[in-house]
Design a protein around this ligand. Structure first.
Ligand code: M6P
Ligand code: ZN
Length: 195
């Protein structure tokens, strides 16, 4: 029989998303995802000026095993690279048939999803939105507002993160600021995937 582990609480600060204990913290600067943005001139200017912090993830320490539920908060800072909003890298799950739930606590975002056949979908993220990402959809969170976008996520312990496809091909859509409002448009750099 599997080892019986002790139940435990984590304290989630509903205002800023920080967990206590903090857990495993993942920090992503622009330099960690520079090829993912459209405007490489804007990328270079931002890198020359100090490599901005794009987002932080606080992961509760739960084994990455079937039967477990991994959970974390993400804080995506407000900002743009050229006219493209700050965003997460985005990933498929390694075990691609696993789902995820996002509960937004603060800010305004767009949750961009993409199926393996290239179909895309978006959901608005706002305080109180509970977004369901069904199995087989890659997901990326984009901060389209003036304050940090903070959300809590739960997903199966054995889901895993597969960044490869998104790093290579990107998403078919990008979210740009037009007169300060977010618009979802075709990604001119998208590498169409023929499988
Ligand atoms: C959410 C969850 C995490 C993920 C994080 C950042 O909180 O989906 O599993 O790590 O967003 O996204 P990414 O891993 O794509 O950078
Ligand atoms: Zn995920």
């Amino acid at each position: 029989m599997a080892t019986l582990r002790q139940p435990f609480n984590t304290h989630l600060n509903l205002g800023n998303g920080v967990l206590v204990p903090e857990g495993v913290k993942v920090v992503r600067h622009l330099s960690d995802m520079k090829d993912m943005y459209q405007d490489q001139g804007a990328v270079q200017r931002l890198l020359d000026n100090g490599d901005p912090l794009i987002y932080v993830v606080y992961n509760v320490e739960v084994p990455e095993e079937a039967g477990e539920l991994r959970h974390c908060t993400s804080i995506v800072y407000p900002g743009r690279v050229g006219n493209e909003f700050f965003m997460t890298k985005g990933h498929f799950h390694s075990k691609v048939g696993t789902a995820e739930i996002y509960l937004t606590l603060r800010g305004r975002g767009i949750l961009l999803m993409q199926a393996q056949d290239g179909r895309t979908a978006t959901l608005d993220m706002f305080p109180g939105s509970v977004s369901y990402i069904p199995p087989y959809w890659a997901h990326r969170s984009i901060n389209v507002g003036p304050e940090p976008l903070v959300f809590f996520a739960v997903y199966p312990g054995d889901a895993g993160h597969n960044y490869g496809v998104i790093e290579e091909k990107g998403f078919a859509k990008v979210v740009l600021a037009q007169d300060d409002a977010p618009v979802v448009v075709d990604n001119p750099r998208y590498v169409c995937r023929r499988t």
